[in-house]
Design a protein around this ligand. Structure first.
Ligand SMILES: Nc1ncnc2c1ncn2[C@@H]1O[C@H](COP(=O)(O)OP(=O)(O)OP(=O)(O)O)[C@@H](O)[C@H]1O
Ligand SMILES: [Mg+2]
Length: 395
């Protein structure tokens, strides 16, 4: 039985532990800041013993790319089973991540390094409006980001000069993402593209598969495969994309299981957590098959409500974290064989949620409905309609 160590004690590690239990793998999680060890899905961490050694683990992986610079991390970085460490270091910093994309010729929002207020002013003037200034390291869920124009450039934190980038503000039609996995032998499998909706920089829901995105699938797979090959990466990686003018632009990369892949737990034959472990442990990786349509709704800052469990087909994944405003505390996957059935299941769930989440469900339902098509009447009907004064029928 392979032994896996996950760096991080959040929900992604917890869901990796659930998948490991199914596969009969030994999996522990370690909090790199607090030096606490969690066995399997256990909630209670124990302090790392002084003689603790990571040599007992075959594989080391991480549930997040932002890792502290401390003695424990220095030891783990050199572990022979932590093959993705260099890739994580490259992608954890927006400067090296963007430079990698540029080097590979993969389209991404135009960007520049911000070393002074003047850089923001110049970049904003160049793009004729506000730009998105982002801290190079450590941001997540929209934290560490500022939308600034030349007049408000001074609002960026001066302490971060040299460690911030500015990006063109992309007027995207929608946000998509692709999650895929690469095995040690270089073979890759991918999920279908999904559509993601954010509010205040945080993912609120995912529609899977994304509607009318087949034309982008191959392109997105080529991009992600190229990146994983270049980094010699093994495991699951996600790429967040903007759709703009019929093109795909990379927003950012995540060298790990990803929130926009949570739908795969209940909407596919092989979820991203198990896929990640299979890739790392050299186990078979058949391409995941998608079953019907799935919506994943993030539960943010709300208390657990057992009423959610009364909705048939609603699969709750509650992380058991302390309830705090603005915190991702769980998610619900709703899956159905048809769009119609999925809309009915969403309608049953909405009244059981608070206003904020009910609105997200409403928005998700809107996103699933086919766009209204204009139906022009037959020639014979047209004469009658013209006589009666009607113009056209939309259905
Ligand atoms: N250049 C941009 N133009 C337009 N919108 C943007 C841009 N960059 C980011 N956004 C918006 O902000 C959201 C969060 O940005 P980004 O993904 O860079 O940050 P993050 O904090 O790393 O997010 P997370 O780690 O939660 O995915 C994006 O999903 C998008 O909605
Ligand atoms: Mg993001």
């Amino acid at each position: 039985m392979k032994r896996v160590l996950v760096i991080g004690d959040g929900q992604l590690g917890l869901m990796l532990a659930e998948a490991a239990a199914r596969l009969g793998l030994w999996l522990d999680r370690v909090s790199p800041e607090h030096c606490l060890l969690f066995h399997g899905t256990g909630r209670q961490g124990t302090a790392l013993p002084h003689d603790w050694s990571a040599a007992d683990y075959d594989i080391v992986t991480a549930e997040r790319e932002h890792l502290p610079a401390n003695a424990l991390m220095a030891r783990l970085a050199g572990h022979p089973g932590f093959g993705a460490h260099a890739a994580i270091t490259t992608l954890a910093d927006r400067r090296s991540q963007k430079a990698l994309l540029d080097r590979l010729g993969i389209a991404t929002a135009d960007w520049c390094l911000v070393e002074s207020q003047a850089d923001i002013e110049r970049f904003s003037r160049l793009h004729g409006g506000p730009v998105v200034v982002k801290s190079a390291q450590g941001g997540y869920d929209g934290r560490g980001q500022w939308r600034l124009d030349a007049a408000r450039a001074a609002a960026a934190p001066a302490a971060l000069y040299g460690r911030m980038i500015a990006e063109r503000s992309v007027r995207f039609v929608r946000e998509l993402s692709l999650v895929g996995a690469r095995a040690a032998d270089g073979s890759c499998v991918f999920y279908p593209l999904v559509e993601n909706r954010h509010r205040e920089g945080m993912l609120r829901f995912t529609l899977a598969p994304a509607r009318a995105a087949r034309g982008y699938q191959r392109r997105a797979e080529q991009m992600l495969r190229r990146i994983m090959d270049e980094l010699g990466y093994t495991g699951v990686m996600a790429v967040e994309l903007f759709e703009e003018d019929g093109k795909l632009l990379v927003n950012e990369l995540a060298p790990r299981v990803h929130n926009s892949g949570h739908w795969s737990q209940d909407g596919t034959t092989l979820d991203q957590f198990e896929l990640h472990l299979r890739a790392l442990c050299d186990l078979p990786m058949p391409p995941p098959r998608t079953t019907g349509h799935t919506v994943m709704i993030n539960l943010v800052g709300c208390a657990f409500d057992p009423a959610w469990l009364s909705v048939p087909h609603a699969r709750l994944h509650w992380y058991g974290k302390e309830v705090r405003g603005g915190r991702k505390l769980g998610h619900i996957n709703l899956q159905a064989p048809t769009l119609r059935a999925l809309l009915a299941r969403l309608a049953a769930l909405a009244p059981l949620l608070d206003r904020e989440h009910a609105l997200a469900v409403e928005e998700a339902s809107e996103g699933l409905r086919p766009p209204p098509t204009t139906v022009y009447p037959q020639r014979s009907q047209r004469a009658h309609i013209l006589r009666s004064g009607a113009e056209r029928v939309t259905g």
